[in-house]
Design a protein around this ligand. Structure first.
Ligand code: SF4
Ligand code: SF4
Length: 362
């Protein structure tokens, strides 16, 4: 039996506008009572509240040796090598720890990798490891496999890589889950997985796909399948899940036997069905939205478009919902591509806005 579940502190529960600190502590307790010990955070998550939650709900309540923290350095914000130290010191203080179990460069893709090389940020990671301030080092990755190959060839010192890994993106052109996973293994790196449920898409699949999965394991939910697929892959050390409800923690922490051939075949069949019914592979991460000068709520429109593609009969209702969404309409898109630079799924958002405008405003 295995369980490689890591607790991602990116989507924490709220009570109204405030973070619900008591519930976060309860979730941490339930996760650790189930055998979990791995927490993931980043300088830029939740305006610093992710690190605050690490400090107040984990570090100040648990023995240091009973948990591990993966922290990410926002190398893309650095304007010099010295900036790395500035952010790192702030991260230690925000989390209330003296070292990190894993220190990663955050969000490596073409532009951010160029910045990392310009300011020698991998040297900074090596230094922290030599000083015992980071037990292991690595990076989180949002590019294509060819870039990953280039980085790992240039930086064999890296211990672990965090990649987007799920069965829907396994063969996708935008994310290239399988190719990235195989690249890590070829370089002898441990793999950490993010987006195992593709922003919730995998927890809410079309009934036809769910039927295929239920025929093999009637008591497994689609989310169980998604998480178990990733954790069954050899070389995957941790599978991050952003959990904000007790039932999620209790369900996800259960140990299970790795998937076999019959289960993998069912998943691939389900994937075919889901892909045929998902027009736009948006994970709903929201990274694009703050960069749109027209205030277009991009992921909400993609969600509506996917709904209308899946249930064409509901088109009139969905069109009303579209009108009621506040923010810029799809037709307001000026094609500046600013959003696309931040899309981990590499979607051609500006082109898709034309399609959305035609469907909902035509
Ligand atoms: S391309 Fe369109 S949707 Fe994207 S940032 Fe520019 S205006 Fe917004
Ligand atoms: S369009 Fe891309 S960046 Fe925006 S929410 Fe979807 S996946 Fe995330």
């Amino acid at each position: 039996m295995i369980n490689k579940l890591g607790f991602g502190f990116l989507h924490l529960p709220k009570k109204g506008e405030e973070f619900d600190w008591d519930t976060i502590c309860d979730l941490v307790d339930a996760y650790m009572a189930g055998g979990g010990k791995f927490f993931d955070t980043c300088y830029t998550y939740l305006d610093g509240n992710s690190e605050r939650a690490i400090k107040e709900c984990v570090v100040q309540r648990k023995a240091r040796e009973s948990f591990e923290i993966c922290e990410k350095l926002p190398g893309y914000l650095c304007k010099s090598y010295a900036d790395c130290q500035k952010y790192f010191d702030e991260e230690l203080a925000r989390c209330g720890v003296e070292y990190f179990d894993i220190l990663m460069l955050h969000y490596l893709k073409e532009e951010n990798y160029a910045i990392a090389e310009k300011y020698d940020e991998f040297r900074f990671l090596r230094e922290k490891k030599a000083q015992g301030l980071a037990k292991r080092i690595g990076f989180s990755f949002h590019g294509r496999a060819a870039l990953l190959e280039k980085i790992l060839t240039a930086h064999p010192e890296v211990d672990v890589v965090l990649i987007q890994l799920n069965y829907l993106d396994w063969e996708s052109e935008g994310v290239q889950s399988r190719l990235c996973y195989e690249t890590c293994l070829r370089h002898g790196k441990k793999v950490m997985a993010m987006e195992p449920l593709k922003g919730g898409t995998i927890a809410n699949i079309p009934p036809e796909a769910e039927e295929v999965l239920r025929s093999v394991h009637p008591d497994w939910t689609p989310a169980d399948w998604g998480l178990r697929f990733v954790q069954s892959l050899p070389g995957v050390e941790v599978c991050l899940s952003g959990m904000n409800a007790m039932e999620q923690v209790r369900a996800n922490i259960r140990p299970f036997a790795p998937l076999g051939d019959r289960e993998n075949a069912a998943l691939m069949q389900a994937r075919e069905i889901i892909c045929s019914k998902t027009a736009i592979g948006c994970s709903g991460c929201g990274y694009c939205e703050p960069h749109c000068p027209k205030g277009i709520p991009i992921p909400r429109y993609f969600k509506l478009y996917n709904e209308v593609s899946r249930y064409p009969g509901d088109g009139w209702k969905i069109k009303i919902s579209y009108r009621q969404v506040s923010g810029g309409k799809a037709s307001a898109c000026i094609g500046c591509h600013s959003c696309e630079k931040h899309c981990p799924q590499n979607l051609e958002i500006s082109n898709l806005m034309k399609t959305i405008a035609q469907r909902f405003e035509g």
